[in-house]
Design a binder for this molecule. Sequence first.
Ligand code: DP6
Length: 402
Amino acid sequence: TMPKDTVVKPVNVTCTAPVNIAVVKYWGKRNEGLILPINSSLSVTLHQDQLKTTTTVASCRSFQEDRIWLNGKEEDINHPRLQSCLREIRRLARKRRNDGDSSVDVGCLSHKVHICSVNNFPTAAGLASSAAGFACLVYTLAKVYGVDGELSGIARQGSGSACRSMYGGFVQWIMGEREDGKDSVAQQVEPESHWPDLRVLVLVVSIAERKPVGSTAGMQTSVETSSLLKHRAESVVPDRMKQMIEAVHKKDFATFAELTMRDSNQFHATCLDTFPPIFYLNTVSRHVISLVHQYNRHYGEARVAYTFDAGPNAVIYTLQQHVAEFLQVVRLVFPPDNNNGKTFLTGLQVEPVEISEELKNAICLEPMPKGISYIISTQAGPGPRVLEDPGQHLLGPDGLPK
Ligand code: DP6
């Protein structure tokens, strides 16, 4: 007989996964269950030093049932999308094992799992945490069962945008055309090292509104009612994807910036074209849009681009050489609260610079004190990773959150 402790000791694997921000947006499904989109999309994976999800999966013979804890609270494991991911990864592991893959952990396959996941950023920051969350879950489960290879098609079934968080750098989600969704997967366009000068600022808007319509419900209504969305998916996005991929390959910031802003604007236009209409941008968001256009017009070129997802927070793409000045302009238009003057900027630090009188005069906007509560400064980063240090596990030897 085996010594007792080797029988009941859980296998623990801990991984991290990144957030991604689309520059060609995904909005609308052609299949709700499989999460198949009506258009391809493209995103930048943000660096995990600033924004990440960490997930531990423990597998043990003695576990009675699958369980999950999110940000410290136990949640319902029967959530359909969670079940899809668990089912698909176990199905893949069984298939690999039956095909004779010796790296698949046969023991673990018959055990239940405990899952514990935390974000290093507030959920209230409104940053598509489901993308990092499902990418991390699928990546970690794959390590537990010993399966590797193409996993974005499984992450996609947790949340569409999650498939793009399975890779670092610049990532496209190819919509695919098959009914079974097998060809609807993410693919890296360029690695994170490709464009080292690219910078990302997440402007967290302070004005809290009534809980807006979530992405899933919002895009469903858009597909049902917006003819503009149909036009966008069929006649705009295919060319835009090609242009965006070329701009990324060539590191052509001006083109990248214009396409990014136009695509965000068109996505929000399809929200307004939805019936009843959906509003994600608020007065602070619109102020940021004007600020960016005034800044770019002053220099006669696109130095900064904005993009907005299903909420009011702005994500800014710019280049290293413009970050300090643009941040000064943001401080001018959105004077920070004295209390957070020091922590207004988190993440990659930037030396303050003086801005010219000409630039100040070019920005014709009424200041909105405290309109932005804080800024996360970051860059493109790598895809999911395994944490090797057992001290990082979020679950203790008893299989419960530490
Ligand atoms: C506006 O991936 O959150 O952020 O597939 O229903 O889970 P579901 O939706 P989700 O939608 C993201 C929409 C978006 C644009 C994008 O990230 O491409």
